[in-house]
Design a protein around this ligand. Structure first.
Ligand code: UPG
Length: 418
């Protein structure tokens, strides 16, 4: 086997003091006492990409904040090539409901790359607890059982397991059956997955990041200039998603076309990036860009910096999330936090965030026309958008900000280390 070196992404500074405005004193106290409980433990998070996508987004906040709380926490990203990521993307797609073949050759690539990554940790001090994010690094479990037999292993599943392909679920279950604990984003995802014990934790957004903090008019104007010819003076609908088939950018285009029949000068921004562990992204991006070229009011934007994402979520009149499957959907809470109502599919974690008729509208995932009509309802009623926006901000403040998620996560870790 070859040596593959996992790497530790560079992380921003975070301090718990930055959250006093959005968090009650009880929760901050609770975080402090959990930190005391975990003071002597070494914790490792492993995932498969440092950038792009919701898991990296979460770890970029959780890991530095834990360290600020003096919980010794590392984050390592797998080292793998496209052969591996093609296997794990098939795994991701099959677990979210596509029927795909799973060959012995695919299993062999999966096992080999996981082994190559895990071997690197053998000479290090053992960790007391390892959190494995999503299916990609699960295969390392086998080696940790030998090299860190004392370590507790927690599997954090971020994907929508509403209707997984049985063959893939069986393969993943060979590993998940051996972890100490599994965390899912909704109870309905547990299904037939073999896991010893489970917790349900809703993900969260971090209100202090560049992506989510409040911005002054100057910062907004600066981004606005750079996005020209897109204009915040005319009605604007936005979807922000990796170019992934589950995000249904084509459905969003259809919804936009329906809405344009009633709203003149309507614009659509489709913002997307390529996650490092997703070899499908480029092809899908090209297909979406191709379909959009004929319409000058559709803007397909890639690799927008976080300030740009922030401004678009803030300045759009309506955000759309037309996913077909969605473990949670951080982009929904990101928009709601900025007081922008969201029209989204009634799948996965989206209905936790969109309260139909209060913070936005829910539509059937196969009803792009209905989504377009709901967009029109919002665009034609300034008062309703403003009211939904206020509701949205409150809903996210109560349920989907980082300190709440961190308490629940540390609770699980403390239990496992007990
Ligand atoms: N993002 C960008 N630029 C882009 C596209 C996306 O910054 O061009 C960001 C976006 O702002 C968000 C993140 O990437 O912060 C995407 O997160 P999310 O909307 O949650 O989707 P996924 O990347 O698919 O994340 C997976 C699950 C998702 C879950 C998340 C965390 O699919 O449902 O919420 O993991 O559990």
């Amino acid at each position: 086997t070859m040596a593959r070196t996992m790497h530790a992404p560079s992380l921003p500074d975070r301090t718990i003091d930055a959250y006093t405005d959005v968090t009650g004193p009880d929760r901050l106290e609770r975080l402090g006492s959990l930190a005391d409980t975990l003071a002597d433990d070494r914790i490792l998070h492993i995932n498969s990409t440092a950038t792009g996508g919701g898991v990296a987004e979460l770890l970029r906040s959780i890991v530095p904040l834990c360290n600020d709380l003096e919980i010794d926490t590392d984050w390592l990203v797998m080292d793998a090539d496209d052969d591996f990521f093609e296997v794990t993307k098939a795994m991701h797609n099959a677990l979210q409901g596509n029927s795909l073949p799973l060959t012995e050759a695919m299993k062999a690539i999966y096992r080999a790359v996981n082994e190559e990554n895990a071997i690197e940790l053998e000479d290090e001090d053992a960790y007391d607890l390892v959190v494995i994010h999503d299916p990609q690094p699960l295969g390392m479990l086998e080696h940790f059982e030998e090299t860190m037999p004392e370590a507790a292993i927690v599997w954090r599943c971020h994907i929508d397991l509403t209707d997984p392909a049985p063959e893939y679920l069986a393969f993943v279950s060979e590993y998940t059956a051996r972890v100490d604990h599994a965390i899912f984003s909704r109870s309905s995802y547990v299904g037939e997955t073999a896991v010893p014990e489970t917790s349900i934790i809703y993900p969260s957004i971090d209100p202090v990041t560049e992506k989510n903090r409040s911005l002054d008019a100057e910062a907004v104007a600066d981004v606005s200039d750079r996005l020209d010819p897109l204009s915040f003076e005319d009605p604007l609908v936005t979807q922000i998603s990796r170019f992934d088939p589950w995000k249904d950018q084509f459905g969003t285009l259809e919804a936009y076309r329906r809405a344009s029949e009633d709203v003149s000068d309507l614009q659509l921004a489709l913002v997307g990036g390529m996650a490092g562990d997703d070899p499908e992204g480029l092809e899908l991006y090209e297909q979406v860009a191709e379909e959009a070229t004929a319409d000058p009011n559709v803007h397909v934007l890639t690799d927008l910096p976080d300030t740009g994402v922030n401004v678009l979520q803030r300045e759009s009149d309506v955000v759309v999330q037309k996913s077909l499957r969605e473990g949670f959907g951080l982009v929904v809470s990101e928009a709601l936090w900025k007081r922008t109502p969201v029209v989204g599919s009634n799948v996965g974690g989206i209905p936790l965030q969109i309260v139909d008729g209060e913070t936005g509208y829910l539509v059937d995932p196969d009803d792009a026309i209905g989504a377009g009509e709901r967009v029109v309802d919002l665009l034609e009623d300034d008062g309703r958008r403003a009211k939904f926006g206020e509701n949205a901000r409150e809903h996210v403040r109560k349920q989907f900000l980082l300190p709440r998620q961190l308490v629940e996560l540390l609770d699980v870790l403390a239990d496992e280390l007990d």
